[in-house]
Design a protein around this ligand. Structure first.
Ligand code: BES
Ligand code: MN
Ligand code: ZN
Length: 502
């Protein structure tokens, strides 16, 4: 969607949305409109019991006394609650209410006394929320388009925000819109089916980040064999697609005193059948989004580079497809990881940790980062523990865990820390190799997975974020339509901005 910004005034025609604060409180221009309509706004609010609560909307069609086709009242709640997340959420509600009603509209942004944000920032946040919520992945719905040609349905494409100091609002929105672009990029990657996004095609997609100055290096199968990523290669060997590892480097702070980068590592299983330890048929289509961790890392690198973040960051994604076949690895196979440690593969469906083991080791060995954060749709067990409301957080460092938790809360992507410990580590002891890839039946599947990863992390701050419950959503949320959520992009962008940028 395209957004523009102009001074507050009453448009003569078209569709006008108007912010309404709690207790039906309109701003000066809103009151002027109410007068013009002979008090229709006030009466409609009373009749519909619309109070101006956040995310409430009320549509008035063709109000008398004006040539407007529609007035949409958008609740923005109480002044003291009017932070950025609340306004983004109201923007989301606005986008839903106007989509399919009109192609273009204006929004009059008027805030009550005592609002936490100034009007220009508030307008930018509302626009950001509308942008995030109006994401659609419908490129393969060709019948819709044919139907549309006969009887075109409107779809909201242009919103003009009417606000004091429109220049400041426009500048504030520009930054947010860049972040929205990164989020859209991630959502698209996750939404694409596995016949379109496979290791090689996903690796090629990262080249789009070169336009922002990201250096992209793609390691192909030959190279991966040469350097010895045996754990990752074992997962990939059953697939007709070759694996790839992509290294993305953003050198945004070349003069930093401490030049060590922050490193983000992502699980990119472009489809997870489980391999020989095959999954059931029900819901297996969901496993196209088993590359969600990698898409988040790619989107984060996009966001950082596109806004020229003053940080040195690297993103490493391990891209494989996990398939059963005559060449697939078997339960009981023993592979040698890049670290030199050997792994007995008891369950070929615990493949994400095998991919990450080699990527984590590669990241710390080659790039000597100051910290590492990996993201992965690693375990179904994290859904049992936390549902779809929090991602699971594991860390060997309290400060890092605290900073990630704080960043997540600020952007509405909460994480919840779970423990690590030697007792859990015992679960993966193996008779035949240095470790096995699943526990011995002691439960705590997500912790055991994290414990496995920890064996590939030396003495540096590291965090593992298990996003299996939050990478994809089956229900619409304020600024996240159902489908790919891009969970983690906003979180990591904020984490860098708040803790690792000068
Ligand atoms: N990709 C799955 C985890 C997953 C499950 C993500 C459901 C999203 C929704 C992962 O590779 C997996 O299969 N994990 C196994 C681990 C087990 C074999 C120890 C699981 O969770 O069952
Ligand atoms: Mn699996
Ligand atoms: Zn998986």
């Amino acid at each position: 969607m395209k957004f523009s910004f102009a001074k507050p005034s009453l448009p003569a025609s078209g569709v006008l949305a108007v912010t309404v604060a709690a207790e039906r409180s309109l701003g000066p221009v809103g009151r002027e409109l109410d007068q013009k309509t002979g008090g229709a706004l006030a009466r409609a609010m009373a009749a519909a019991r619309f109070s101006g609560k956040k995310d409430e909307t009320l549509s008035l069609l063709a109000p008398a006394g004006t040539d407007l086709d529609r007035v949409l009242l958008v609740g923005i709640g109480k002044a003291e609650d009017m932070g950025d997340l609340a306004l983004q959420s109201a923007g989301g509600a606005l986008a839903v209410a106007l989509d399919k009603a009109t192609d273009e509209a204006s929004l009059l942004v008027e805030l009550p006394e005592g609002a936490k944000l100034a009007a220009p920032a508030a307008a930018a946040e509302i626009a950001f929320g509308a942008q995030l919520r109006s994401y659609k992945f419908d490129k393969y719905r060709t019948n819709d388009r044919k139907a549309d040609k006969k009887d075109p349905k409107p779809s909201l494409r242009r919103l003009t925000l009417l606000v004091e100091d429109e220049g400041a609002a426009k500048a504030a929105f520009k930054k947010l819109d860049t972040l929205a672009d990164a989020i859209r990029f991630t959502r698209d990657l996750v939404s694409e089916p596995a016949n379109v996004i496979y290791p090689e095609s996903l690796a090629e997609k990262t080249r789009e980040l070169e336009q922002f100055g990201v250096e992209v290096e793609i390691l192909d199968q030959k190279k991966l064999k040469k350097i010895g990523m045996g754990a990752l290669l074992g997962v990939s060997q059953g697939s007709a697609f070759e694996p790839r590892v992509v290294v993305m480097r953003w050198n945004g702070n070349p003069d930093a005193g401490d030049k060590r980068p922050v490193a983000f590592i992502g699980k990119g299983v472009t489809f997870d059948t489980g391999g020989i330890s095959i999954k059931g048929a029900a819901g297996m289509e969901d496993m196209k989004w088993d590359m969600g961790g990698s898409a988040t890392v790619i989107g984060t690198m996009y966001a950082l580079a596109a806004r020229k973040a003053k940080v040195n960051a690297i993103g490493i994604v391990g891209l494989v497809e996990n398939m059963p076949s005559g060449t697939a690895q078997r339960p009981g196979d023993i592979v040698a990881s890049l670290s030199g440690q050997t792994i007995e593969v008891i369950n070929t469906d615990a493949e994400g940790r095998l991919v990450l083991a080699d990527c984590l080791w590669y990241a710390q060995d080659v790039y000597k980062p100051k910290l590492m954060i990996d993201l992965a749709t690693l375990t179904g067990a994290i859904i049992t523990a936390l549902g779809h409301e929090h991602a699971g957080l594991f860390s060997n460092n309290d400060d890092l865990a605290m900073n990630l938790t704080a960043a997540g809360l600020k952007v509405g992507q909460p994480v919840w820390r779970l423990p690590l410990g030697d007792a859990y580590d015992k679960e993966i002891e193996s008779q035949a190799a240095d470790m096995k890839n699943v526990g011995s039946g002691g439960g705590a599947g997500s912790i055991v997975g994290a414990q496995f990863l920890k064996r590939f992390v030396n003495d540096l701050p590291w965090a593992h974020i298990d996003i299996a419950g939050v990478a994809w959503s089956k229900k619409d949320a304020a600024t996240v339509p159902k489908g790919a959520t891009a969970f983690g992009v906003r979180l990591l962008d904020r984490f860098v901005a708040d803790f690792h940028e000068e």
